[in-house]
Design a protein around this ligand. Structure first.
Ligand SMILES: [Zn+2]
Length: 539
């Protein structure tokens, strides 16, 4: 059970490591040593296998500190309506029509991934346009943010939404010129629909099909070098799917579950809190405090100059959120709160201040987190640093969604997702994708953290760019810390788990423009290859 990896450029990301090492010794799924050929050969047993990498780069396994692993697998089975692959509404209609033919009766025809401002038409599709594609049965088209969707008429009917009905609590309906529902549904009712559909569809699948869904998401992540991920809305049914996959040996990544707050009692009562295995754990609680940035529903001070206008949606008032934070903190949970707009972030910091005395990271032992932190302006950054809050955010939004941010925040676009300011303030930040919101590719995130360049070529916040090393640290050390795993993963050091990715170039020495194009040659978890583009390691 020993493996010597030679002739590699090993970027360990260990603190203080000055230059890459050339060799790694793996023993029983862990890193036994990192160093030069002579010392590694001397440390290895006589029968150790040897793999030569011919100068390829090894980095610690990439960690996605906030994505939706189960949703990646679930939505991948429906129509891909993302841009640029579906450039306009007719293309979306064609894909939904095609998906209808493959969707079992009783399930909703599902598409996902569109961004209205990236569509040729520059707007959301309407219910009538969905009706043209799928006339006789419910169809849903999820916005890539998963904070909005469009329903056709049959879906509106089945969901119980009618013309003339007021906006539901925590949400809003899009309406046409006559005040009729145009099919667009924002926030809370959208979440409820996604959850209901996911639960319904998972429930009618057999265990084998559910395991394939999880394995499919795992394969996708493994091809991107991802070895661990936080699932940012774990519920009992998705937990069940992961547990089945884990038992069947097909759960690739180490999954750290953020359990949705209203399912925590279920988690505790079922005895599933904590680590189920080295692959599946549920130790944190997820709360949403506001809407999304690309759906323009994040709760801000002020008003959006773009549809749907308004000031966004805040899910909990200060007192209620504080009560929840107190409760979960007292029960020993790490708390992870989605907060995008400045008004939401302020409310969340107030709630955290009820359980954190201040004094930086050491004074936040449970590592309570803010997820996203989009409009965290300077005074909020100082407060977050003082409270020791961990920020889990998404540099990769820049190239995909950045132009929309610039429109929605004409005066403060440069201050959004302020990675360099977080760093200067001493905040631990972790990198993540929020996939399936955008691609889960961490190297795209690394590139975007360095360049902050939007699709149209605008650099959004040049002062918030970070170095390639700091960008990579977001997806390694920072992310490991955000999930209480820095003793096991996040850097390549003796004693840690042998989770690593083999790349065809060193991202720290590659021109930033080209980082997103670096190829993952292999992904290894616990010493075992879970993905190889060509045979490198003995299986
Ligand atoms: Zn998310």
């Amino acid at each position: 059970m020993e493996l010597i990896v030679e002739d590699a450029v090993t970027v360990t990301m260990a603190e203080g490591a000055a230059r890459p090492a050339r060799c790694v010794l793996v023993r029983d799924g862990r890193i036994a040593a990192v160093g030069e050929p002579g010392e590694i050969r001397a440390a290895a047993s006589p029968g150790a296998a040897v793999v030569r990498l011919d100068g390829a780069t090894i980095i610690p396994g990439l960690i996605d500190a906030h994505c939706h692993v189960a949703n990646i697998g679930y939505l991948a089975a429906g129509a891909d309506c993302s841009q640029p692959s579906a450039p306009g509404i007719p293309a979306i209609q064609a894909r939904l029509r095609e998906a209808a033919g493959q969707t079992p009766e009783g399930s909703w025809v599902t598409g996902s991934g569109y961004v209205e401002y990236n569509l040729r038409e520059g707007r959301h599709p309407t219910r009538a346009e969905l009706d043209e594609a799928v006339p006789n049965r419910p169809a849903v088209l999820y916005h890539t943010s998963l904070h909005a969707c469009v329903l056709n008429t049959a879906a509106l009917r089945e969901a119980g939404f009618e013309d003339g009905q007021p906006d539901p609590p925590g949400g809003a309906f899009g309406r046409d010129g006559q005040g009729r529902l145009d099919g667009v549904v924002y926030e809370a009712p959208m979440f409820a629909l996604l959850e209901r559909n996911l639960r319904h569809d998972l429930g009618r699948m057999g265990a084998g099909q559910r395991a394939r869904l999880v394995a499919g998401a795992g394969r996708y992540l493994a091809e991107l070098g991802v070895t661990a991920a936080c699932d940012a809305d774990l519920r009992r049914d998705t937990y069940g799917a992961f547990a089945e996959a884990d038992a069947g040996g097909v759960l690739s990544q180490r999954i750290y579950g953020l359990v949705v707050h209203d399912e925590v009692d279920w988690l505790v009562a079922s005895g599933l809190r904590g680590r189920r295995s080295d692959r599946l754990a549920a130790e944190a609680v997820k709360i949403w405090s506001d809407g999304g940035m690309s759906s323009r529903t994040a709760a801000i001070n002020g008003t959006y100059p773009v549809p749907p206008y308004g000031s966004g949606i805040l899910y909990f008032e200060r007192a209620e959120l504080t009560g929840m934070v107190r409760d979960f903190d007292a029960r020993g949970f790490q708390i992870c709160i989605h907060a995008q707009g400045d008004r939401a972030i302020e409310t969340v910091l107030d709630a955290y201040a009820a359980v954190l005395a201040g004094g930086g990271a050491a004074a936040n032992p449970r590592r309570h987190r803010i997820e996203h932190g989009g409009a965290m302006y300077p005074p909020l950054i100082s407060r977050a640093a003082e409270l020791g809050i961990v920020v889990v955010s998404q540099p990769g939004f820049m190239s995909t969604l950045g132009d929309g941010f610039a429109e929605a925040f004409p005066d403060r676009g440069d201050q959004l997702y302020p990675f360099a300011s977080w760093r200067r303030a001493g905040i631990t930040a972790a990198g993540s994708s929020d996939a399936p919101v955008i691609t889960a590719d961490p190297l795209v995130g690394v590139r975007d953290a360095v360049l902050r360049r939007t699709a149209k070529g605008r650099v959004l916040g040049p002062d918030e760019r970070v170095s390639a090393r700091d960008a990579l640290a977001l997806y390694t050390r920072g992310a490991a810390f955000a999930m209480h795993r820095e003793g096991e993963i996040g850097s390549l050091e003796p004693g840690k788990l042998a989770d690593f990715a083999v790349l065809d170039a060193n991202p720290l020495e590659t021109d930033a423009e080209r980082i997103g194009g670096i190829r993952v040659l292999a992904t290894v978890i616990g010493g075992t290859p879970v993905y190889q583009s060509e045979p490198i390691f003995p299986a």
